[in-house]
Design a protein around this ligand. Structure first.
Ligand SMILES: [Zn+2]
Length: 264
């Protein structure tokens, strides 16, 4: 983008000659957990917009080898400062009932009236090519399923870092043809593919209409099968023990939280 265009598209500049007529302004607000947040964030939103506020040129070591070797190869790097304090607002669209359901402690899925495919997480339209985007219908899902697959996480995006280490599962809810991603409140030494789980919800006051409102616990009385991928490889399990112990230490130092006491 050249300088002229950057100026034209800068915030606050009117680009089009005629502004489009406003549509859809009369929808009543049924529930409002947003206005207070909007007020709080408005000044930050105005400062945001991802534009570069400044930069520094710093000299630092470059290239491979040892630290001492790379110190001999100093290069200049440009470090830019961008404001990221934007408040993104987006709609859940046609799958909103799913997220509203989570607030109520209910798990909802959708079913295609044409081919009968059951989606959980929901899809607003069937993805079976024969159904040609048939709109699906809402159904209540049972709060039980099996683990389709799982990962043990020692790394996570910033908003979830403080709960590390944790296990994340893809759970096939009973009756569903797809699998849903959820937190597993199960020690990873007990985890296996095909494990039966019950789905639980966080206390109502803590729910946000988000996938993190829900988690899975193991149905009691199950034994880890001999073929279980993780437990049948002692080396792998030891390596994972070391990694999760180091992660737990890191979280203790950074957040003052002892996640080893959670039991999962
Ligand atoms: Zn279908």
């Amino acid at each position: 983008m050249d300088k002229k265009n950057m100026k034209d598209s800068a915030p606050g500049k009117t680009v089009s000659k005629e502004s489009a007529p406003k549509k859809y302004t009369n929808y009543p607000t049924v529930i409002d957990h947003s206005t207070e947040v909007q007020k709080e964030w408005a000044p930050w939103v105005r400062q945001g917009l991802w534009d570069i506020k400044g930069y520094r040129v710093v000299k630092g070591p470059a290239g491979g080898g040892t630290i001492d070797e790379s110190k001999k190869n100093l290069k200049e790097f440009m470090v830019i400062d961008r404001t990221e304090a934007s408040l993104y607002s987006h709609s859940y669209g046609l799958v909103s009932p799913f997220f509203l359901g989570l607030l109520e402690g209910k798990l909802k899925g959708t079913k295609c009236p044409n081919c009968g495919t059951v989606y959980c997480p929901p899809r607003a339209h069937c993805w079976n090519p024969e159904c040609r985007m048939t709109e699906t219908e809402w159904i209540d899902m049972p709060l039980r399923g099996i683990i389709h697959t799982f990962t043990v996480q020692c790394l996570a995006a910033a908003p979830f870092e403080h709960i590390l280490p944790f296990s994340l599962g893809w759970v096939q809810v009973e009756g569903a043809d797809t699998a849903i991603c959820t937190m597993l409140h199960i020690p990873y030494h007990d985890l296996f593919i095909g494990q039966k789980v019950n789905l639980k919800f966080r206390p109502k006051a803590e729910r946000k209409g988000d996938l993190m409102d829900m988690y899975a616990v193991a149905v009691p009385g199950q034994k880890v099968p001999k073929w279980a991928v993780l437990q049948s490889d002692e080396k792998q399990l030891n390596r994972l023990d070391e990694a999760t112990a180091a992660t737990t230490e890191f979280i203790k130092k950074r957040y003052g939280l002892d996640n080893s006491k959670r039991g999962w």
